[in-house]
Design a protein around this ligand. Structure first.
Ligand code: IPD
Ligand code: CA
Ligand code: CA
Length: 254
């Protein structure tokens, strides 16, 4: 199943890689910070058709289309066709395709693919996490020797102040931080040890469903900023880190 999902996602990556005239195919959703391109819609339509052919009785829960069915029961695909749309539109080549397959509300398979770098992150519950077929693990660095990755919860400006407050606290304890602009890839970077920790005050299930399994299968921990398990259906804050830094969250003013 994992291989079949990864093959479909890799094919979808060709739509992203071959995209042309992106600016002319971009529209604002709710604001200038909230964009959708015709490629987001095309990738989601491709994934929906191919993934539902693979698991016909699954519910499809994608960012660009209204949900039909109950994702808490049976099989559900949770899909972000392009995570990092602004990066895609602006030519940063830092975007991911994120697909999770959950059973009865628990993610069993996770695939995140970076079509520009051809990096395929995969995980199956209980079977470990991989980058292009090689096992990956979170780093063993404490934050004092490490980098944290953060997101700015762009669609909910009320989180600006808390985001900056947490960034200030973590910066004081770390070497540096990064803001890459694709939460799904950010999580995979924690999973493979390119960063020690990630946080964002508000993400949707399609941003973190696949990445959270990849992080936990790589030996990391995942929760909300309140320390609760990540929900599968609703927006929430997200915290992920390697094991060494698991106590850091409790020491911060969130
Ligand atoms: C966004 C990206 C970004 C994060 C936002 C997400 P999108 O996803 O993951 O890094 O900061 O909160 O919504 O809109 O590009 O799919
Ligand atoms: Ca996203
Ligand atoms: Ca998206």
């Amino acid at each position: 199943m994992l291989q079949a999902i990864a093959d479909i996602v890799r094919e979808a990556g060709e739509i992203v890689r071959s995209a042309g005239n992106i600016a002319a195919k971009t529209h604002e959703k709710t604001s200038a910070a909230d964009l959708v391109t015709e490629y987001d819609v095309a990738v989601e339509a491709f994934l929906k058709e191919r993934l539902l052919a693979l698991v016909p009785d699954a519910v499809f829960f994608g960012e660009e289309e209204a949900l039909q069915g109950d994702p808490a029961k049976g099989w559900t695909f949770i899909v972000d066709p392009i995570d990092g749309t602004t990066n895609f539109v602006r030519g940063y080549h830092q975007s991911g395709i994120s697909v999770a397959l959950a059973k009865d509300g628990a993610v069993e398979y996770g695939v995140v693919y970076d079509p520009a770098k051809e990096e395929m992150f995969t995980a199956q519950r209980g079977k470990g996490a991989f980058l292009n077929g090689q096992p990956i693990h979170v780093s063993d660095k404490p934050l004092s020797q490490g980098i944290f990755i953060m997101g700015t919860a762009i669609y909910n400006r009320k989180y600006l102040q808390p985001t900056m407050c947490l960034t200030t606290q973590l910066f004081a304890r770390s070497c540096d931080f990064r803001r890459f602009g694709s939460a799904a890839l950010d999580l995979c970077y924690v999973a493979c040890g390119r960063g020690e920790l990630f946080f964002e005050y508000s993400l949707s299930p399609w941003d973190y469903a696949a990445g959270s399994l990849i992080v936990t299968e790589a030996g990391g921990v995942a929760s909300t900023l309140e320390g609760a398990p990540l929900p599968i259906l609703s927006r929430c804050s997200v915290w992920m880190c390697n094991k060494v830094n698991r106590e850091v969250l409790r020491e911060l003013k969130v």
